[in-house]
Design a protein around this ligand. Sequence first.
Ligand code: SAH
Length: 381
Amino acid sequence: MADALIVSDAKPAKLNLLGMPRVQLESLLEELGEKRFRAQQILKWIYHQGASSFDEMTDVGRKLRERLAEIAEIRPPEVEEEFISADGTRKWLIRVEGGSRVETVFIPEDGRGTLCVSSQVGCVLDCTFCSTGKQGFQRDLTSAEIIGQVWIAARSFGLPKKGGTRAITNVVMMGMGEPLLNFDNVVAAMNLMMEDLGYGISKRRVTLSTAGVVPALDRLAEVSEASLAVSLHAPNDELRNQLVPLNKRYPIRELLDACKLYMERQPDNKRVMTVEYTLIKGVNDQVEHANQLVELLREYPCKINLIPFNPFPQSDFERPSRNAVMRFSNILHNAGYRVMVRSTRGDDIDAACGQLVGQVQDRTRRSQRYRERAEKRTDIQ
Ligand code: SAH
């Protein structure tokens, strides 16, 4: 019976207060015989002040701090490396429990700063033009690991001072993974991004991006007020089936109807969904595609974000010429749509859309690649 003699010396994991929804924290405090409003103080310490220990929480009584320290902790994921691009874009390589890595990217632009947050380690969807899918799927991130990416970025910029400027004005769930396939953790983390006691970012500026998990979209409307982006990439099912295999389960019309319904169910009806369209040379960037898109989207209030394809080593797809991008954009614009062409940012640190892979093997080769890219940058913007 040798098995019975094996004694684990691993300490039981403490509760992680990072990422814990406010109501849950309130219940925990009640269980400890405290008033619920203590939760407000603790939340402010964690998210407004970036506290990582109970010692820092000077307006919380010493007894409670000690009790909390026995049973709980504030455990962010670990930053393994931070990269800063020539254009100011930053990327954090973040190590999560179990040893996997995910990536978080910050994109500064005039008057705003957008943080691109990951929701899963890898992705099951395997869209043919996205490098995240090529590494397969490892696991969902916890709510602590998702909000932890904002926590890490906010701390690295210095925290928002009252009346001062905020570095992070927008969050987009457009990093690694499909957020709607990690529903509960993503919703909990997005709520903390939007709550005043969390990061207090407006619901217009927290955006969930999805490749189209239709049933989850219907559920989302019941629990979230975040903004919505849909990764369309093709104006017809035949082409979208090839680029986004999930389309075979949930075809375009079903998806766009679900997105429209989500927006209509929001308490404010001023927002419209964002349609993302990655332009791939010779695949979906032709005049006929733009014309089809004009027709397709007529019944769907939206703005369109065009993303010139970002190449990566395992892909044969190419980025269209600047002219092809402008031609596509003009057709949509002339038909009355609001169109934005997303500029390629952080190319030299592999931080652009679809380049996030979170792997660290082969670091030398990657570093070499960063340098080569930085030397011969061919951004179209
Ligand atoms: N799974 C979610 C969020 C992650 S991807 C979704 O599909 O929306 C964020 C955006 O970048 C998506 O629109 C995705 O299709 C796009 N993208 C992925 N790979 C790309 C690449 N290589 N070049 C340009 N855009 C890419």
